[in-house]
Each structure stands twice: as structure tokens, then as C-alpha cells.
Design a protein around this ligand. Structure first.
Ligand code: P6P
Length: 337
């Protein structure tokens, strides 16, 4: 029977976002329009990532980004795609991108009320070997869009109103929260639509997996080293946890959300404030983790309470000695229950 093989009442991401909007009668639909532009960006990048090997898009673009990493063509392309999509949505006033040294203040004629912080292609060192990579984004509302300043952008993550990531792997999966739980959508390339495949994601209460770069073990502080040791040699009679580490945050966090466990990138002697960037890696992933019933903390406090001092925090800011900076402590550990 045809109806059995083709679901005819598809919950697309567009329909889901509109349903969410209807929960806010006062809404003018700005977030819906903004998200539709982000979804367009994800579709474009998914297509480019899939063709990368063929279109010779991999390999160095000859430039380096603010992190001093060699930028690959896909990075450059993805960043341009998202900046153009976000600006043309007419719903943003300031953008923070992992790829751009400075924040982008949108032309006042095109401004809207949102700030979007994003990493257009996180994990890009994995591009050439075909490991999953992803886009990570977080969305804030800005009080006065016409006079927005950088200080208003440096808000604690708990003020975010939405966050998500899109993972480009064996399938293209977009995971999104607008503050009412977490839902996952898979791109159906034949339709060019994201279809809901993971409704109401809740992280399993107990996990058997820990995810950390053990190669940094000699640089860890004692509490981190003790915790990881306990994962491997439990003293309570439970069985040891399994180690799974992909080295692409979107893939490691996605597995943690679905299977449970813990993902951590501890601060260490090499990166005293940790490596993961607060505004476009730690905040969006922490928002999603909490919305899915998990936790995210820095080892000293809740990750979403951090107040970034720089759009690329943690970044060594030579002219401001570390001890004089308001810092929320060391790096975020994204924990799943
Ligand atoms: P390491 C990728 O460059 C990234 O920012 C995250 O996606 C990933 O979790 C982390 O760095 C991996 O870092 O030092 O373990 O290679």
C-alpha cells in the first residue's frame, strides 16, 4: 500500500519552527525567518562538503584564520555562505564567526534584532579524511539593534534564545533547540528538506562512554587526571567506560547526546583556558546539552554562566594580564548526565 511506504505528513524543520513560533503569539516570525536562512546555509555547505573530494575544494586556501590555523577552502566558502545568508535574512545586527577576527556589524539598513555566533565549519582539520564535521551556531536577541556594541555581544550563554549544529557526515543531521527541548532533523537530499528524525532528544541518564583527547594526559591537572583514571579503573565495581574520541566536536557531542556519557576538553598546561571557544562552541553545545536534560560545566561552574571577555575567548589577550581578567575559570566540559 503506497501510503505505508511514503509518509505523507512530513514534519519538516520549517513546519517545526513555525509550530514553535505559534507558541509565541506575540512573535512576528523574525526567528523563523532567521532560522530558515541558517537552514539554507547548512544545505549549501552540505552540498559543498559532499562534493569537496571531487571539486578539489579540500586543500589549503593559502590563508590562515584568527586561530592561526591554515584555512581550507571549505572553511572560507562556508563562512561566506553563512555570513551572506545571515545578513540577507534582514534579521541580524551583529555576527561573530570563528573565521573572522572581528565581529561583523550588519549595514543598519539591513539590521534585525539577533546576534548569531557561529563556527561555520568546525573540525575542519578532519575534512581531508572524510570524518564528520559541522556548523555550530548560537542566537542572542539584542536590545537596541541600531546602536549595538561589542559589549552587548559578550553576553553569558544563559541569555541565548536558540542554538544548534549541523553535522555533515554519512547523513546530514541538524540538531536544534529554541528553548523548548531539542529536536534532530535529517536532510532528505531528494526533497532538499530537513525531516524530523529525532524528536525530543533526551540524553540517557547514565552513559558508558567518555570522550577526551588522551594525548593531552600529561598536561592535565590532577582532578581531570583522577576523573579519567576513574573512567578506566572504576573503584565502585562498575565496568570501565569506553573511550570514543573523533576530534570533531559536533560528532563527539552528537554521539554523547544520543548515547549518553561525557565529552570533555579540559584546560591543560598547553591551553590554560582550554581550547574550545566559548561563544561558538561551548555556549551553543552547552545550551543544547541542558535542553536535552544534560549538564555542562567548566569544572568551576556552569558553562552558560561564563561571561566572555573576547569574541574568540579563550584567546591569549597579550595586553590584558590573565589575572586581571574576569574569567569563568578553565575550559568547558560538556557533560551528559
Ligand atoms: P584536539 C576542532 O578543531 C575542535 O575545535 C573541535 O571540533 C574538537 O573537539 C577539538 O578541536 C579537537 O581538539 O586538540 O583534540 O585535536
Amino acid at each position: 500500500h503506497a501510503a505505508d511506504t511514503f509518509r505523507t505528513d512530513l514534519m519538516t524543520i520549517t513546519r517545526h519552527v513555525l509550530n514553535e513560533q505559534s507558541r509565541h503569539p506575540e512573535s512576528r516570525g523574525d526567528l523563523t525567518i532567521l532560522l530558515s536562512h541558517i537552514v539554507l546555509g547548512c544545505k549549501f555547505v552540505a552540498s559543498a562538503v559532499n562534493k569537496a573530494g571531487l571539486a578539489k575544494l579540500t586543500g589549503l586556501a593559502g590563508e590562515t584564520n584568527v586561530q592561526g590555523e591554515e584555512q581550507k577552502k571549505l572553511d572560507v566558502l562556508s563562512n561566506e555562505v553563512f555570513v551572506n545568508a545571515l545578513v540577507s535574512s534582514g534579521r541580524t545586527c551583529v555576527l561573530v564567526s570563528e573565521e573572522d577576527e572581528k565581529a561583523t556589524f550588519v549595514d543598519p539598513k539591513l539590521r534585525g534584532k539577533y546576534c548569531v555566533c557561529f563556527d561555520p565549519l568546525d573540525g575542519s582539520s578532519n575534512i581531508d579524511c572524510g570524518v564528520s564535521i559541522g556548523t555550530i551556531f548560537g542566537i542572542y536577541m539584542i536590545k537596541n539593534q541600531d546602536t549595538v556594541t561589542l559589549e552587548e555581544v559578550l553576553q553569558p550563554g544563559k541569555d541565548m534564545i536558540a542554538a544548534g549544529y549541523c553535522m555533515y557526515g554519512s547523513s546530514c543531521t541538524l540538531v536544534l533547540s529554541t528553548g523548548n527541548g531539542v529536536n534532530g532533523f535529517t536532510l532528505d537530499p531528494s526533497l532538499g528538506e530537513f525531516i524530523m528524525t529525532h524528536p525530543d532528544i533526551k540524553i540517557p541518564p547514565k552513559g558508558k562512554i567518555y570522550s577526551v583527547n588522551e594525548g593531552n594526559a600529561k598536561n592535565w591537572d590532577t582532578p581531570t587526571a583522577k576523573y579519567v583514571e576513574k573512567c578506566k579503573y572504576p573503584t565502585d565495581g562498575s565496568s570501565p567506560k569506553s573511550l570514543r574520541y573523533i576530534g570533531s566536536m559536533v560528532a563527539d557531542v552528537h554521539r554523547t547526546l544520543l548515547y549518553g556519557g561525557i565529552f570533555l576538553y579540559p584546560a591543560d598546561k598547553k591551553s590554560p583556558s582550554g581550547k574550545l571557544r566559548v561563544m561558538y562552541e561551548v555556549f551553543p553545545m552547552s545550551f543544547l546539552m541542558e535542553e536535552a536534560g544534560g549538564q555542562s560545566f567548566t569544572g568551576k561552574g556552569r558553562s552558560l554562566d561564563l561571561i566572555p571577555t573576547d569574541i574568540h575567548d579563550p584567546r591569549e589577550i597579550p595586553d590584558i594580564p590573565r589575572q586581571q581578567r574576569q574569567r569563568g575559570g578553565d575550559q568547558g566540559a560538556v557533560r551528559g548526565g
